[in-house]
Design a protein around this ligand. Sequence first.
Ligand SMILES: C[S@@+](CC[C@H](N)C(=O)[O-])C[C@H]1O[C@@H](n2cnc3c(N)ncnc32)[C@H](O)[C@@H]1O
Length: 272
Amino acid sequence: MDRDVLDQLRSLINRESGIYLPADKEQLLVNRLQKRLRACGVKDEREYLKIVELDASGEELTRLLDVVSTNVTHFYREERHFSILTDILKDLEKKGQREIKMWSAACSSGEEPYSMAMVARESLDSRRTAVRILATDISERILQRALQRHYVPAQLTKLPPGLVKRYFNAESGAGSDLRSVTDDIASLVTFKRFNLSKFPYSLKGQLDIIFCRNVMIYFTLELRRLIIAEFQRLLRPGGYMFLSHSENLLGISHGFKALSTAVYQKPEGVRG
Ligand SMILES: C[S@@+](CC[C@H](N)C(=O)[O-])C[C@H]1O[C@@H](n2cnc3c(N)ncnc32)[C@H](O)[C@@H]1O
């Protein structure tokens, strides 16, 4: 194992994705790299680093980021956030809003944005209020999986049974126990590759709700500061930001109001 090469790979990963792999996670990196070393037919990390650096198309870099990103997720993760989301959506509709824009900013294999879409269908009158959900992730591989929208029953156990019944179809085919998210729910969600560590963000502002959960734990405080500032800029006054229960805004100066655990609101009347 060549420490110098591994350090160069760690810096490259950090520069390109914001993912910070501390030196004591070296073995994790080595394990995850094996898949790419095999796929590229190279004997060690040094040869592999050369391939990534010389690949002008950026494709091998994408594959590298695919293997180093941690994609663990599930439907209705941090369940309480979805009951808070229900209240927020109902309130927005009651106040007369006719279109609600949400962003799942590290969506992994789709469980988070599809959960948001199901909650929207349950809480809002679709004849009155349109919903659009942008779901983004840095990993091409995981976005492909999200687009397939197939899940095994074990992945649905945290969802209320009513939602499973209304928003999943059983996949036909011998021996298949897959469930697929309905076309209606899928139609609310647009998936796109997006890197949270590259600024400024190319998105249009005036979002109502941002979910960015269980990804900033892999970033440095400096990067988290920049991300939070972008979220603040992109949210409309009064908009909401959801982080995960294991993340907070400690050490970050911001203008958000804390509403509940890891739920924040941009005050009304604040622009930019
Ligand atoms: C642990 S999953 C979180 C999924 C979901 N938000 C949740 O809470 O269950 C973290 C996701 O962040 C993505 N990710 C890592 N670095 C990223 C970056 N720089 N930009 C966008 N997504 C990134 C990973 O590919 C992964 O799918």
